[in-house]
Ligand binder design. Structure first.
Ligand SMILES: C[S@@+](CC[C@H](N)C(=O)[O-])C[C@H]1O[C@@H](n2cnc3c(N)ncnc32)[C@H](O)[C@@H]1O
Length: 253
């Protein structure tokens, strides 16, 4: 059975094009997640350790480009989280996220909105902003604005935490794309050749990663006190970077 047949809609009046297009891509995305090609399992473990350590007494979090929030829900269950907000442009993703987040038991809000505008228009500050595998589609200028909006949206002890594909220091975008393509061809073997090719085409047209040093400079320019890389996946394509609003470490560190 192909993914097209599996997701054939039951009713003629469903949003068939949207649902099918989303799930045809989502099937590929889920295969990548299920085989952990992007290192999300250990990234979320590192995120969980960090949040438990830094926020023993409760925290609020917004999840930008939340997708189905599958790993996020597992990561947050049993932490001191009091408020979760998932932001995504896809209603289908948000419906899955709503269901996945039920295990967490905190107050949850889901918003179908552009994540940059969500930040720009926020009225209440949050403790944690998380963005996973979504920031690298923005241009350098847009990333700079994104960081400024994030800083304004955070509490005094707040953290922006990103998990994204990252350039090595001195690496060009073309060199990164070559590294990415070699990695996908060699290791993402649960995907069909045409699916691997489609991902490579997507990466070539839509991925604009930065180096840690560039992001650190952008972060410091836009009001963050400290920026550090806290985790990278074994192939070093992806890294987790923490932008601290406060210059001091939390008590006990
Ligand atoms: C690669 S998925 C990542 C999902 C999830 N963060 C994760 O790590 O598993 C990117 C998600 O970001 C959403 N997205 C992309 N651009 C967006 C935007 N400008 N505003 C809100 N959501 C966006 C997409 O709909 C998609 O669900």
């Amino acid at each position: 059975m192909t993914s097209d047949q599996f997701f054939e809609p039951a009713a003629a009046d469903e949003r068939t094009d949207e649902v099918k297009a989303f799930f045809n891509q989502w099937h590929v995305y889920r295969t990548i997640m299920d085989h952990d090609y992007t290192g999300e399992v250990n990234a979320h473990k590192a995120l969980r350790d960090l949040l438990i350590h830094d926020f023993p007494d409760g925290f609020s979090i917004i999840d930008l480009g939340c997708g189905d929030a599958g790993y996020m829900a597992q990561m947050l269950a049993g932490t001191s989280v009091s408020y979760y907000e998932g932001v995504d442009l896809s209603d289908v993703a948000l419906d899955l996220a709503r269901k996945n987040m039920e295990v967490v038991g905190c107050q949850c809000v889901f918003s179908n909105y552009d994540f940059v505008r969500n930040l720009q228009e926020r009225e209440s500050p949050v403790d944690v902003i998380w963005i996973g595998l979504s920031l690298h589609h923005l241009s350098s200028v847009q990333k700079e604005m994104f960081l400024a909006y994030c800083r304004s949206a955070l509490t005094a002890r707040g953290l922006l935490i990103i998990y994204e594909p990252m350039l090595e220091e001195g690496e060009t975008r073309e060199e990164f794309l070559g590294r990415c393509e070699a990695e996908i061809d060699a290791h993402w073997t649960a995907l069909a050749p045409d699916e691997r090719e489609a991902i490579c085409e997507h990466v070539i047209s839509a991925d604009f990663p930065e180096s840690v040093m560039t992001l650190r400079e952008m972060g410091l320019r836009n009001g963050f006190a400290r920026v550090e890389s806290v985790w990278r996946n074994p192939t070093s394509l992806f890294q987790m970077i923490v932008f601290h609003a406060s210059p001091v470490n939390p008590p006990g560190e």
